[in-house]
Ligand binder design. Structure first.
Ligand SMILES: Nc1ncnc2c1ncn2[C@@H]1O[C@H](COP(=O)(O)OP(=O)(O)O)[C@@H](O)[C@H]1O
Ligand SMILES: O=P(O)(O)OC[C@H]1O[C@](O)(COP(=O)(O)O)[C@@H](O)[C@@H]1O
Ligand SMILES: [Mg+2]
Length: 528
């Protein structure tokens, strides 16, 4: 995982990178450069605590492990409505798996009297970390103490509970989608609506165009039902629309009160979740009986603790078409060089996975790993080598990589995200110039498939992930949890407190086995 967290509520900044030594992870003996690898030069072993600084733990205390676990349990405790409304009384769940077909007498269907409904026990837990690293020198090791002691870290299991804290007839549920588009948004909306209806909720609305829809007088709520959402997953985008920026948290909560919304499902990334958490806190302050539940959306896959976020798989798959086109162009041209820019504001997950999947990439450049363009070990020198030995080359670059090579504008978007310079166009320029200068002909083609990738519909794997996350979001809200988000950890589905997943964007660990595998696959050297 990345470095320590900036304050929640502030705009997200990528953790310090530009150093192979900057992660918490231990050293890796593997890098294929003939020069001494940076990993070996970094003789510092760091410990992995997600949030606590190593100095906050006194390892000489014989009870440090117990204390760490207690602290972890407290941090990952998920807020519940009874925290503020102590006398809230639960009722038996209206969600049941064994139902009977509705008949004329029972037009709305009715639960069977079967006892078994596949409920989750509130005390069920999922193990967050599953590797017992025997040494901090193991590749990708995430250690809590310098000896890499095994410490169990449990998080809450997601799913339907036997007791619920909302009467379906008293629920008005709203769904809002914020930030940039992402494949699968419609799939999640669809599942939330379907599951809410199974609980018996009749009032379900969509808030148009993100948080903005709470204040925009011109756009009205969109009534949602199974009928409305039945086929929405067949196309990309968001049925409700998305936006960046928007009203203040207190205006949003005012609007929720006016509209009588007591369940809010928020689909979005880091920024959206910071908003969701702030809405949850404001509701608590006003002692409102409201559940705010997030569903993490980002093709960048930069949300902490999760195996992946929905849309990521689809993005990687769709990127194959751009990479393959770049490869064909490069391979068919005399001294062809293809450059493909993929998304990833502060993380290189899409670029790395797309490179691994395609097997056609010679150089993969990501924000987490600094590189030189010029000089004996620079990218350009390696491209010359590839042209001389292979006749063509393909480069995959993440949008946040090499920002030191592009003009800084200090501009931000409506949400406060820094507007990045176009590293792909810059690379193309530099490559052309370099080959001109050394008198070797080259044919450089640049492909930027960003919006084509983001706008497509979810693939099968993401479709399933969206389905499970959407259903679990509803189960979490009915169970009375708020200020939580849903996720997948080690193939199991969990509820996590929002602050723990957004304290900083998840970044790729250059000492991880996956990055090593990517280097093995591309055959690229260190560019430093
Ligand atoms: N720290 C924050 N606190 C409250 N709301 C935020 C915060 N950061 C972003 N937002 C809001 O969340 C929404 C989406 O944020 P953005 O960063 O654009 O996308 P994403 O959620 O995908 O990261 C925007 O409406 C923005 O105003
Ligand atoms: O052009 P836009 O809408 O600002 O979106 C660009 C950004 O969207 C992303 O694809 C995803 O960002 P979010 O998770 O914030 O939506 C980034 O990789 C990219 O920088
Ligand atoms: Mg974001």
């Amino acid at each position: 995982m990345g470095s320590l967290s900036p304050a929640i509520g502030s705009k997200f900044v990528a953790p310090a990178r530009n150093s192979h030594c900057s992660g918490f992870h231990s050293l890796s003996p593997v890098l294929r450069s003939p020069r001494p690898s940076l990993n070996r030069i970094c003789k510092k072993i760091r410990v992995h605590t997600e949030k606590k600084t190593p100095s906050a733990i006194d390892y000489s205390d014989p009870d440090w492990k117990i204390k760490f676990q207690k602290d972890f349990e407290a941090r990952f405790n998920i807020p519940h409505i009874t925290d503020i409304i102590e006398d809230a009384v639960p009722i038996p769940s209206t969600f049941c798996l064994r139902m009977r077909t509705p008949t004329e007498d029972f037009a709305d269907g009715y639960p069977s009297d079967e006892k078994w409904h596949g409920y989750i026990n509130n005390n069920d837990r999922v193990l967050l970390k599953v590797i017992n690293f025997s040494s901090p020198t193991s590749a990708g090791a995430e250690c809590i103490d310098p000896d890499c002691t095994w410490v169990e870290q449990w998080v809450h299991r997601a799913g339907p509970r036997e007791k619920i804290y909302f009467k379906p007839e008293e629920v008005k549920a709203a769904i809002v989608t914020c930030g940039g588009l992402c494949p699968g948004l419609n799939d999640v909306i669809r599942q939330i609506v379907i599951t809410l209806e199974i609980y018996g909720v009749k009032k379900i609305v969509g808030i148009p165009f993100g948080y903005r829809g709470f204040s925009d007088k011109d756009s009205s709520e969109m009534p949602l039902s199974r009928k409305v959402v039945q086929n929405v997953h067949l196309s990309g985008g968001s049925l409700l629309g998305v936006s960046r920026g928007g009203p203040s948290v207190s205006d949003i909560v005012d609007s929720m009160e006016e509209r009588g919304i007591n369940m809010l499902f928020v689909l979005g990334g880091n920024g959206t979740h910071a908003g969701a958490n702030a809405i949850h806190n404001e509701c608590r302050k006003r002692r409102l009986r409201v559940a705010v539940v997030g569903v993490p959306k980002t093709i960048d896959n930069d949300i902490l603790l999760m195996d992946k976020t929905f849309g990521f798989d689809t993005a990687v798959e769709e990127a194959q078409r751009a990479i393959n086109s770049a490869y064909i162009e490069a391979h068919s041209a005399y001294h062809g060089i293809g450059i493909v820019k993929l998304m990833g504001r502060s993380s290189g997950f899409i670029a790395m996975h797309a490179s691994l999947a395609s097997g056609q990439i010679d150089i993969c450049l990501i924000p987490e790993v600094p590189f030189n363009l010029h000089g004996p070990h620079g990218v350009l020198r390696h491209l010359k080598y590839l042209i001389e030995t292979k006749g063509s080359a393909v480069v995959c670059v993440a949008e946040g990589a090499g920002q030191n090579f592009v003009q800084k504008t200090n501009a931000t978007d409506a949400s406060g995200n820094i507007v990045l310079g176009d590293i792909g166009a810059r690379l193309q320029q530099e490559v052309k110039k370099y080959f001109n200068e050394i008198g070797i002909p080259s044919d450089v083609k640049y492909i930027d498939p960003t919006y084509m990738i983001r706008a497509c519909r979810a693939n099968a794997s993401d479709g399933i992930l969206c389905t499970v996350l959407g259903q679990n979001a509803v189960h979490g809200a009915f169970a009375g949890y708020s200020g939580i988000t849903v996720g997948i950890c080690n193939t199991h589905y969990v509820y996590l407190p929002i602050p723990e997943v957004i304290s900083h964007p998840k970044v790729l660990d250059p000492n991880s086995r996956m990055w090593h595998r990517c280097l093995t696959s591309t055959g690229q050297p260190d560019f430093i």
